[in-house]
Ligand binder design. Structure first.
Ligand code: ADP
Ligand code: MG
Length: 224
């Protein structure tokens, strides 16, 4: 986030940071709303409550991050399991996918893929990418989350069968505030790119108009 501020200031868009904050708070709110809708239909399961708790915590985290903006802080990282982080993100986004009539699936070949990371940031990346995939698909959409090991990296693939990204705009993706959506902020991918690069990883995508898109994230594994 420190870096986000620096980038924003370089571009003279400090005022637009409010939009970035709103964007980050919208994800957990949508998730809470989804579970509340289920609750209203009498389908509130006990483990939904802990997910709601976690989502509220996320909003608190974002709010507290605001307090440290402007201070030079070092990124806190822990030894973590990439598979668990992706699975958590999958669980969080499932209600939203359901509401949009999108099938969200999760496939892992490796139960334990240790990475050194800031867990909140990495989950934020996964959630942003899943959200984009949901928004790119309509009814009968399908999204597959895949995680596997390759060349000492944790490889995460998020594939949707949505509308795809026209070739002529592919270079613009990740630029702050570049969005093709009516209510988009165009910050999601910029945040993803920043976080993944901070973690020594890579992120890229392949897309075909009217066929779909695959985002590919690679994160260095901790040497065993
Ligand atoms: P936002 O979602 O607010 O528009 P993002 O930075 O998350 O901002 O995404 C920027 C743009 O990239 C989107 O507006 C969309 O045009 C394109 N995009 C991102 N992911 C996908 C995807 N999975 N399928 C199609 N287009 C995508
Ligand atoms: Mg987005």
């Amino acid at each position: 986030n420190q870096r986000l501020v620096v980038e924003a200031e370089k571009l003279g868009i400090t005022g637009q940071l409010a939009a970035s904050i709103a964007h980050e708070i919208r994800n957990p709110l949508t998730s809470i709303k989804g579970f509340m809708a289920l609750a209203r239909e009498g389908e509130l399961k006990l483990d939904f409550i802990s997910i709601i708790d976690k989502e509220i915590e996320r909003i608190e985290t974002i709010a507290s991050e605001l307090l440290v903006l402007g201070k030079p802080t070092s990124m806190k990282t822990v030894e973590s399991n990439a598979t668990t982080l992706l699975q958590n993100s999958f669980t969080l986004m499932q209600s939203q996918a359901n509401m949009e009539g999108v099938l969200l699936e999760f496939l892992s070949t490796e139960e334990f893929l240790p990475i050194q990371c800031n867990e909140e940031q990495i989950k934020q990346v996964f959630i942003n990418l899943i959200k984009n995939a949901i928004e790119a698909t309509s009814n009968n959409g399908q999204i597959l989350l895949k995680i596997y090991k390759q060349n000492n990296k944790a490889c995460i693939e998020i594939t949707d069968n949505g509308k795809g990204i026209p070739e002529q705009i592919q270079d613009k993706l990740g630029q702050p505030f570049y969005s093709t959506k009516e209510n988009g902020t165009g910050l999601g991918l910029m945040i993803c790119y920043n976080i993944i690069h901070q973690h020594g990883g890579t992120i890229n995508f392949k897309s075909k108009e009217n066929k779909g898109t695959t985002f590919n994230v690679q994160l260095p594994l901790i040497e065993q």
